[in-house]
Design a protein around this ligand. Structure first.
Ligand SMILES: [Zn+2]
Length: 226
């Protein structure tokens, strides 16, 4: 973060950048911690929260609103998982994740070989969803919105959200890790795969689960191959 960066205006929500825009492929600039206390950064974080909630989404990274900054917001809970049955929520390990801000995060898997595959999507990649293997748990070191240190383990669906958002800050999209044969329109996902185990889709469409894809060797989070 530098003074040279133009912050968005006063509107409550921000336009979400779509794939093909280079800002989504750039390694984002670190946020200067002293700027976290400024009205501009506080306003930006509030705008990102509103944008995420209305989208709706469970995470939003600053590059998705056109700002190359290492800043992401996350949130999961009953409003976000209302479309899931109790069983579907349980198998996804979706637990309440209060509104969380991560600034300049670094991330390490808790277990290098503990991968879990589910369909996920991205507000910057419209109309599609696909299966991505993510680490079941990750340790994150970051700053929060007040500049205080965060050192926290996220697991289950929260770990998936964190990995997805940290990817955005590294110039990566879920498409870089997706099992390409799993890619599905939202309509086909809803009618065919949403209520079924990921393994059922894997068997029908022909892709692997619970292991990283064989491409994307540049990914630090997917550095092991099985
Ligand atoms: Zn995304």
């Amino acid at each position: 973060m530098t003074e040279a960066i133009a912050l968005p205006g006063e509107q409550d929500t921000l336009a979400i950048v779509q794939c093909g825009d280079p800002v989504l492929r750039r390694v984002a600039d670190p946020v200067e911690p002293s700027t976290l206390q400024t009205p501009q950064l506080r306003h930006l974080i509030a705008q990102m929260r509103t944008t995420m909630e209305l989208a709706p989404g469970v995470g939003l990274a600053a590059p998705q609103v056109g700002l190359s900054l290492q800043l992401a917001v996350l949130q999961d809970g009953p409003p976000q998982w209302a479309h899931l049955s109790d069983d579907e929520r349980a198998v996804r390990e979706r637990e309440e994740l209060p509104f969380t801000v991560l600034v300049n995060p670094t991330m390490q898997p808790i277990e290098d070989d503990d991968w879990i595959s589910f369909y996920e999507g991205c507000l910057s990649v419209p109309c599609l969803t696909g299966v991505v293997a993510r680490h079941r748990a990750v340790r994150v070191e970051a700053l929060d919105q007040d500049g205080r240190p965060v050192d926290r383990v996220f697991s289950g669906w929260a770990a998936r959200i964190v990995q997805h958002e940290v990817d955005h800050l590294r110039g990566r999209l879920y498409l870089d890790h997706v099992e390409t044969r799993s890619l599905s329109t939202l309509d086909n996902y809803a009618s065919r795969w949403a209520a079924r185990p990921t393994r059922t889709a894997a068997g029908s469409l022909g892709f692997a689960v619970d292991q990283p894809t064989m491409r994307d060797p540049s990914s630090s989070i997917s550095r092991r191959r099985s």
